[in-house]
Write a protein that binds this ligand. Structure first.
Ligand SMILES: [Zn+2]
Length: 137
């Protein structure tokens, strides 16, 4: 089915599905395994989740690669993102200061309007990126 025939909310969900896969495949090693950034647990990328550093999943943070990393189910769902460990990971990985972390956290209050057309374009961009990654494997 053509993506254009879906409701905007469905297109957004499909964008997220692709984005989540891209994140998880990107961090996986050659065997398909990766490490949860907040507890160190290792598992196959298919079993991992793409966890947001900033809560809310609004349009500002939903598809931001700097704000989404592999997490296990326990950290992402059960521990609501395992936030203290996530802060430490962000500081370690991106060299962020407390102030910068706080600024990122404020993004959960930001709103960004994305039109239906933009979501459709985004979907095809993500699909291209996903196919490109798969073709390299
Ligand atoms: Zn974990």
């Amino acid at each position: 089915m053509k993506i254009e025939k879906n409701k905007t909310s469905k297109i957004k969900t499909k964008c997220w599905d692709l984005f989540s896969k891209i994140i998880r495949i990107t961090y996986a090693d050659w065997r398909g395994y990766e490490v949860c950034v907040t507890c160190g647990k290792t598992d196959k990328w298919e079993k991992m989740q793409a966890g947001h550093f900033v809560d809310g999943r609004n349009n500002t943070v939903l598809l931001d690669k700097k704000l989404v990393h592999p997490q296990c189910w326990n950290c992402n769902c059960n521990l609501s993102g395992n936030k203290i460990q996530y802060v430490m990971f962000m500081k370690r990985t991106y060299g962020l200061t407390d102030k910068e972390i706080e600024k990122l956290d404020q993004k959960k209050f930001e709103t960004k309007k994305i039109s239906r057309k933009e979501w459709i374009i985004k979907y095809y961009e993500l699909l291209d990126e996903y196919n490109e990654i798969l073709s390299r494997q």
